[in-house]
Every structure is written in structure tokens, then in C-alpha cells.
Design a protein around this ligand. Structure first.
Ligand SMILES: Cc1cc2nc3c(=O)[nH]c(=O)nc-3n(C[C@H](O)[C@H](O)[C@H](O)COP(=O)(O)OP(=O)(O)OC[C@H]3O[C@@H](n4cnc5c(N)ncnc54)[C@H](O)[C@@H]3O)c2cc1C
Length: 446
């Protein structure tokens, strides 16, 4: 508990520092001025946006770059399940960072405000704190939840109640803190985890890593109960064999995976969840803690920009580039892209670097080959912690290639590590997970 309080004080310290450093905030007056002809505005200061801002400045200092972000503190989704699972190696302070340090270090502007309108004719972005003009716009706004599609009979009040009672925690911030508080305060009983029912969703292994980390927490704390996974999938999901092996070896009496389960209702007053099994039979389970992850869609920023998207808002792309199919001055990166590559932080970093090269070439009237370096092995490497004592992780790697369909595509493999004694998980991969995270944070923040 005292560790917990110390972390919160550290977080408060970072927030206070953010409040007193106004130097890099773009003023409205400056934004309203004419662009330099080499002005790039990036919407979203997450994994994709921060990487792209730094990379553009690295490649061409003369480009003026502005990142627009609605939050005033960065928090990481990757490795947040370790924090939820109570691993001492992952504190809240390690998950949070200030936006000003990289902006100052690399010479880009940080504009804090929520984007409310995009005018592609006038080439302006309107935010709650001013209007910014651009020559090239890049979108890295991430995802949104689609409770409405999954539960069409729920009204806004019901959605709000369920979102607060059963935090999805697929977007960083209060949802993770709420879920952690609920786990810290839980009595004996069940934790219910509901992965997104269908469609593309952020970090496909995340719900199953959360299952392992919550089971680890219950085992460590001696909490009697189960982690019940109510999944629509029939046992087939990201890194499924590797997760199932770890659950069976380490948490056989805790993890209770129920495939082909469709959640139909949540009663937040009674703390119960109702679902239908494969035969259509209805069941109701009580929960102490529940994390219900709804179907994902793209952030509304892509539709606000009026670019071509698929039904769920993910951007249609121009060939193998990171440019929108609709506008040669609009780029899209991170989870928002319509390429057939997995939505991950590592992919967002990879795409942001390629997009930065494409933008710098365009601004300098040069050619950029969008298939250069492809196919690229290990373009995405995604780790999941599956045990806490000792810390052991599993991994998936993806090779990205220029598919004849015209899209970038990923091909995944789940390797067994040399130090795993025939298992998918190992302590070496656990160490690599931390190294990957620290390296990614350095990539964005130093
Ligand atoms: C629990 C969990 C575990 C994960 N683990 C891993 C992992 O181990 N490895 C890995 O590679 N990936 C992991 N991921 C996935 C990773 O977090 C995402 O894929 C990555 O963050 C995508 O980057 P992005 O730039 O598209 O979006 P984000 O990082 O979400 O950034 C989007 C930003 O846009 C801002 N924004 C949105 N709308 C507006 C607006 N209107 N105005 C201003 N700003 C706006 C948001 O506030 C946000 O900061 C995990 C995700 C989760 C949820």
C-alpha cells in the first residue's frame, strides 16, 4: 500500500511540473499565422504521434512540427497489465511521462487541446485551445469504444454505468487506475474478463495477458476465486497455445476460460454479468471485479477529417504508404491505419518512422519508395507477461510485407525461447519485455 501511495505522489509531482512549463505550448496567435510551407501537424501524442514528431525533426530540422494532444500526461497501455497484476517491477511512475521533455529536446511544438474540427480545404485543425494551420496533417488518434454496436439496447446512462463499473482499460488513464483500485480492494470472489467480442481491436493479446496477471495477483495475495474469461472466440486468439500453456501450468485452479460466450447484460447494482453459452443457454455470474472490453472502432478523428475509411473508421491507405487514400497531404499511423498489420505500440513506432520518411521526402520534393526494406522481419515484436513469480513472458513476432492485394500485411509466429525448456514462456523473454518497454520509452521521450 505504501508503495502505491509513493507512486501517486510521484505522479502528482510530474503533473505539477507539467503545469509550470508553458514554453512549448503553441499559442493561438502563432497558430493563426501562415504556415512555413513545411508545417506538419500530428494529431495524437501517443506511440505513433510522438515517434513521428521526433523522427521528422531528426531527418529534417527545418520542418516545423506540432503535436496536438488532449491529455496533459502520457500513460502507457503496454505493460500496464503488469501494474494491474501487482508486479513490483512495474510501478505507476514507470508508466507515466510528461509531454514537454521530448518536445523541448527535439524542438517540436506541443499543443495541448482536444481536436474538435478538421478543415482539409483551409488546412486547419480546430482544438478546444485554438486553431492550428498545416501543410501536412498526420493522424495518430488511436481507438474508441463501440458499446453502441455491441449492446444496441443500452442507453447512454447504462453505457456510462458499465464503463465505470467494469473498466475496459484499453485506453490509458483513469480506467487503469480504477481497475487497479478495484483489484486492491477486492474480497474473495471472481474477476470476470470480457475480451472485445469481434473485429479488429487494440493489442489482441492484451485481454489474455490481463487474465494471467490478475490470476498471478490473486495467487500472490491468497484471494480465493477465479478469473473467468467470457470470450466469443472458440479458444482461438492471439498466442492462444502459449497463453493456455501458462494458465494450465501456473494458474490451473484460477483461470476459467469459457469460449463461445456472448455477454448480453451487466447489472452494475448487483455486480452480475449475464451471458449466453455456445448452445444459447443463459447464465448469470457474480463478480467482485469485471473488465469488459467492448468492440473497438477507430477514433472519430478519421471521420472528422472526412477521409475514406472502412465501416469501423480505420483509414483507407494509399498503396503501401502511410498516406490516406483520399488526400496527398494527410497521413495516418498507429492503430488508425487500414493496413493488415497488427495494432500495437511497436507497429505504431515502425509505421511512424516510415511515415516520417515519406513526409520529409514529400516536403523536399524527393521520391520515397514505400516498399524499401520490405519484407521486414520482426517489424512487430509483442511480449506478454504470463507469470509473476518468477517473471516469465511469451512473445509473437511479425514480418511485414507488401502484399499483392496492395496492402501492407503482417505474418506472425510465436517462437519457443531457448531458455524455455520446451515451453513458450521463459524468464529470458520476461527480461526482454522490460528491455523492449524501456527502449520504446527512450524512443519516444529521450
Ligand atoms: C492493456 C494493453 C497492453 C498493450 N500491450 C502492448 C505491448 O505489449 N506491445 C505493444 O506493442 N503494444 C501494446 N499495446 C497496444 C498499444 O498501446 C497501441 O497499439 C498503441 O498505443 C497505438 O498507438 P497510437 O499512436 O495509434 O494510439 P495511442 O497511443 O492511443 O495515441 C493516441 C493519442 O491520441 C489522442 N487523441 C485522441 N483523440 C484526440 C483528440 N480529439 N484531440 C487530441 N488528442 C486526441 C489520445 O489522447 C492519445 O494520447 C497494448 C495496449 C493495451 C490496451
Amino acid at each position: 500500500m505504501s508503495m502505491e501511495r509513493r507512486d501517486l505522489f510521484k505522479l502528482a509531482g510530474v503533473a505539477a511540473a507539467v503545469a509550470v512549463v508553458p514554453a512549448v505550448v503553441t499559442t493561438e496567435a502563432k497558430a493563426a499565422a501562415k504556415t512555413s510551407g513545411k508545417s506538419v501537424v500530428i494529431i495524437g501524442g501517443g506511440w505513433g504521434g510522438l515517434t513521428m514528431a521526433k523522427e521528422i525533426k531528426k531527418q529534417d530540422k527545418s520542418v516545423e512540427v506540432t503535436v496536438i494532444e488532449k491529455k496533459d500526461i502520457f500513460m502507457s497501455c503496454p505493460v500496464s497489465n503488469l501494474y494491474l497484476g501487482g508486479l513490483e517491477s512495474m510501478t505507476l511512475a514507470q508508466l507515466t511521462h510528461d509531454f514537454y521533455a521530448p518536445a523541448q529536446a527535439h524542438g517540436y511544438n506541443f499543443h495541448q487541446g482536444e481536436v474538435t474540427a478538421i478543415d482539409r480545404k483551409a488546412k486547419t485543425v480546430t482544438t478546444t485551445t485554438g486553431t492550428v494551420s498545416y501543410d501536412i496533417l498526420a493522424l495518430s488518434p488511436g481507438i474508441a469504444y463501440d458499446y453502441e454496436k455491441q449492446f444496441p439496447t443500452w442507453d447512454a446512462a447504462k453505457i456510462n454505468a458499465v464503463a465505470h463499473a467494469c473498466p475496459a482499460a484499453l485506453m490509458p488513464g483513469s480506467e487503469h487506475l480504477a481497475l487497479k483500485r478495484q483489484l486492491d480492494n477486492m474480497d474473495d470472489g471472481n474477476v470476470i474478463i470480457v475480451p472485445p467480442a469481434s473485429g479488429k481491436f487494440r493489442c489482441p493479446p492484451a485481454p489474455y495477458e490481463r487474465t494471467a496477471m490478475v490470476a498471478n495477483y490473486m495467487k500472490q495475495e491468497g484471494i480465493k476465486g477465479k478469473v473467468i474469461v467470457l470470450d466469443t472466440r472458440p479458444g482461438k486468439f492471439a498466442k492462444a497455445k502459449a497463453f493456455k500453456e501458462a494458465w494450465k501450468d501456473e494458474f490451473a485452479d484460477i483461470v476459467d476460460y469459457r469460449g463461445e460466450s456472448t455477454v448480453t447484460d451487466v447489472d452494475t447494482a448487483k455486480s452480475t454479468i449475464t451471458y449466453k453459452d455456445a448452445e444459447g443457454k443463459s447464465h448469470t455470474e457474480a463478480y467482485q471485479v469485471c473488465s469488459l472490453m467492448p468492440i473497438n472502432k477507430c477514433s472519430p478523428i478519421t471521420t472528422m477529417a472526412g477521409i475514406k475509411t472502412n465501416g469501423a473508421g480505420f483509414a483507407a491507405m494509399e498503396g503501401y504508404t502511410f498516406r490516406s487514400a483520399s488526400d496527398k497531404n494527410v497521413y495516418v499511423i498507429g492503430d488508425a491505419v487500414g493496413h493488415a498489420i497488427p495494432p500495437s505500440g511497436q507497429t505504431a513506432i515502425w509505421g511512424a518512422k516510415r511515415a516520417a520518411g515519406q513526409v520529409v521526402a514529400q516536403l523536399n520534393g524527393k521520391k520515397n519508395d514505400p516498399v524499401a526494406g520490405l519484407p521486414e522481419k520482426a517489424a512487430n515484436v509483442c511480449y506478454s507477461m504470463v507469470n509473476g513469480a518468477p517473471e516469465e513472458a511469451i512473445m509473437v513476432t511479425h514480418e511485414f510485407h507488401a502484399d499483392p492485394s496492395g496492402k501492407l500485411k503482417g505474418k506472425g509466429a510465436v517462437p519457443k525461447p531457448k531458455d524455455g525448456n520446451g515451453k513458450f514462456r521463459s524468464q529470458g523473454v520476461g527480461k526482454a519485455l522490460h528491455e523492449w518497454y524501456n527502449g520504446s520509452i527512450r524512443e519516444m521521450f529521450s
